[in-house]
Design a binder for this molecule. Structure first.
Ligand code: ZN
Ligand code: MN
Length: 442
């Protein structure tokens, strides 16, 4: 059989639950995780006839903010639409979502491997939760109507690894905005992957959607599984079915759920109960939504933080990256760095301590941490005679770098300094070590 060159094409759909206090279209509390079923409901989120949805202003502002941070364009005129489909977790028989005028579109996310285009960012309402128990299915409406932001990527992801890299980057970005926990285990970040293989660079006539991916690992594995499965079908001269598949973590494989719907099956039409939203002159609220105001609220994003940590604190790129990933860690580091500067403690020492010792920063104040580190720093420096002794031993045992140094290779001394630092378990001052080595080799 001839082997054709296959290219993997992956697009992702990411649903993120926003941390707004109330739901997307009603005043019910969103603090429902682990709560008694059906205690956070009202006629709107139960889908009772005649109930009127009112959009959550905060959710709109946050979705605009997310769009901006993903480099998107903003639609100054936007609207909600009804997406019809029948499923018991959707009491109205349709979901209020957005179709042709999402709040944001055409963005991009830079990853270490490749830039990935963002097709759109829109808002919708979450569905209720089905609980299958003892042969019956129960519905908990506490989650029904929670603000859900959907982010759709361009089909530009070409490997399972890149999918994971992209998702981590996206999660970091959204966490920095403090608009969602993006916690996959608790379901506040949920993923779907559209996967197909193209032969000879032609666009494939199908795509397979894999749903229910609740960890980065499953995303990677399910994509890998799908690529192999589709490869085999194509090798037989057939085309994989356009369908929705689920991921079974027990068998580590995907299984067919249903034939994939197309947009026309959803019978989208504008939501008649919510007027279109004009960013500058939104009529349904006293205060119009102002994009410039929202831009000003954008917090410092991780990439900018990473750069600032290097410029302001002189951190190495790898240190800056680790400390800027999580917004809480980054905030804590900023606070400690300020105190450290006042107390004359080297900021790099603080960074090292935070990275290596895994400080539980929720239990210690920046002042206490700096104090601890200063004390540790004083106590641990070796006496001059002890240092002299260690340096002598290292010189004796390492004739090669010593000879190199004597031949004029300046770099060799750094190697010796490293050995001494290792011997003393870091309890020496590198400058003093360097001086002592030079003195003894002079
Ligand atoms: Zn409600
Ligand atoms: Mn959706």
């Amino acid at each position: 059989m001839e082997t054709k060159k296959l290219r993997t094409i992956i697009g992702l759909e990411i649903h993120v639950e926003l941390k707004t206090k109330s739901k997307m279209f009603c005043g019910c509390s969103t603090d429902h995780f682990g709560k008694k079923p059906n205690t956070h409901t009202c006629p709107v989120c139960l889908g009772l006839p005649g109930a009127l949805p009112v959009p959550n202003r905060k959710a709109i502002e946050w979705s605009l903010m997310a769009g901006l941070s993903l480099g998107c364009q903003t639609n100054s005129l936007s609207k909600f639409d009804r997406k019809s489909y029948f499923y018991p977790d959707l009491p109205k028989g349709y979901q209020i979502s957005q179709y042709d005028l999402p709040f944001s579109y055409s963005g991009k996310v830079e990853t270490e491997k490749k830039e990935i285009g963002i097709t759109r960012v829109h808002l919708e309402e979450d569905t209720a939760k089905l609980i299958h128990r003892n042969g019956v299915s129960l519905i908990d409406f506490n989650r029904s109507g929670v603000s859900l932001m959907e982010i759709v990527t361009e089909p530009e992801i070409d490997s399972p690894e890149l999918a994971k890299i992209f998702l981590k980057e996206l999660q970091t970005k959204l966490r920095h905005l403090k608009i969602s926990d993006c916690d996959m285990e608790k379901g506040s970040m949920r993923l779907e992957a559209n996967i197909s293989l193209s032969q000879n660079d032609q666009l494939p006539g199908y795509k397979v959607e894999v749903k229910n991916l609740n960890s980065f690992r499953f995303v990677e594995r399910s994509i890998r599984f799908e690529v192999e499965r589709q490869k085999e079908i194509l090798a037989q001269g057939e085309t994989p079915l356009q369908e929705t598949r689920g991921w079974d973590s027990k068998t580590q494989s995907t299984y067919s759920q249903r034939q994939k719907e197309e947009a026309k099956d959803y019978r989208y039409f504008p939501e008649p109960d919510i007027p279109p939203i004009n960013l500058k002159t939104s009529s349904q609220s006293e205060q119009p939504l102002d994009l410039e105001q929202i831009k000003k609220q954008l917090p410092e994003l991780s990439q900018r933080k990473e750069a600032r940590f290097q410029e302001d604190y002189g951190l190495r790129p790898d240190q800056a990256k680790i400390l800027s990933q999580n917004p809480q860690t980054a905030d804590f580091f900023d606070r400690v760095a300020k105190v450290a500067k006042k107390k004359g403690l080297e900021i790099k020492a603080v960074a090292n301590a935070m990275i290596n010792k895994k400080i539980n920063w929720q239990e210690i104040s920046p002042e206490d941490l700096v104090e601890q580190l200063s004390k540790a720093g004083q106590k641990k420096i070796l006496t001059a005679s002890a240092l002299k002794e260690v340096v002598g031993r290292v010189i004796k045992n390492n004739s090669k770098p010593v000879a190199d140094f004597k031949k004029g290779q300046q770099g060799a001394i750094e190697f010796l300094v490293g050995l001494v630092m290792k011997e003393t378990k870091g309890q020496a001052n590198p400058n003093q070590v360097r001086q002592e080595i030079s003195r003894q080799l002079a």
